[in-house]
Design a protein around this ligand. Sequence first.
Ligand code: NAI
Ligand code: MG
Length: 320
Amino acid sequence: MTKIAVVEGDGIGREVVPIARAVIEAVRPDLEFFEVEAGYGLWKRTGNACGEETMADLRSADAVLFGAVTTPPDPGYRSVLLQIRRELDLYANVRPIRGEGVDIVIVRENTEGLYSGIEWMESDRACTVRVVSRRGSERIARYACALAKSRRHLTVGNKANVLKSDCLFVEVCTAEAARAGVPCRTCYIDALALDLLMHPDRYDVVVTTNIFGDILSDAAAYLVGGLGMLPSANIGERHALFEPVHGSAPDIAGRNIANPVAAIRSGAMLLSHLGDAAAAAAVEEAVRRVLGAGIQTRDLGGVAGTREFGAAVLREVGRG
Ligand code: NAI
Ligand code: MG
């Protein structure tokens, strides 16, 4: 039996994940789901946001469906998602940006870079170390090149003009692209951020380091209707976690107005990871039809609530 761990987390994660789960269940009633608690809410209740038990549960799953967690800007609080990505070694964060005239996949290195977790506070300064390793760069480069090989080409987003760590990253990525026979160019991340928004057709697969990929993908959401639309996959050798790109959105949480598309599409990526391309396509198609029928949440200019949108997608998948 294939087991799916479901982490709703905090804020709108608790609203959009149940919908994504219901949609996955509708197309794959044979999957077994189990709930796992993690996040700020759990921390407030128990003093632990993501303990050993949670990690063991996540490790035991064939795939994880994840909502979002709140991370308070408190130097003493450890980011749950960063912990999970590191402990499950989910090194590739894959963020497709698809919409009218846009078909880009951002592949973000997910375990090191500026989020390596090597940092400390002193009395008058705080330091965060940006680690880029050859092994870390090689595996993300291989992942991105394999993907680009089945698509068109690769762009390596970097700041090698300033950062030594990115000189290594670019060297490894361009070498891997040459080996794989993938057309490849490099682009400084600041110029890339603007050009991607102005000329999305120039981009196909974009590989970059951790924080650049984080920022670039939120910005790229502009091309397809905002953060409520973007799904993502976090892939490792042994584990995989699927989550919307957005966070817990405390400003709109609990009001039935969050857009569940990102979460539902993350569910489609999960199905595709399990090898069920047909179910994934059915979910994507259902979302497209509902949006096309003008049923949209407030962020897209519509009036549908989170649950009403979810019900419409469920009707569409039911229809096949
Ligand atoms: P956010 O992504 O939660 O929200 C940014 C803006 O986009 C907000 O105005 C929000 O209302 C809107 N938005 C996001 N998702 C939406 C949706 N599905 N439908 C409609 N509108 C949507 O980022 P923010 O505000 O910077 O962070 C809020 C909390 O989430 C923080 O505690 C942060 O640490 C956490 N966070 C968690 C992430 C995760 O669990 N993967 C990722 C990013 C942030
Ligand atoms: Mg982000």
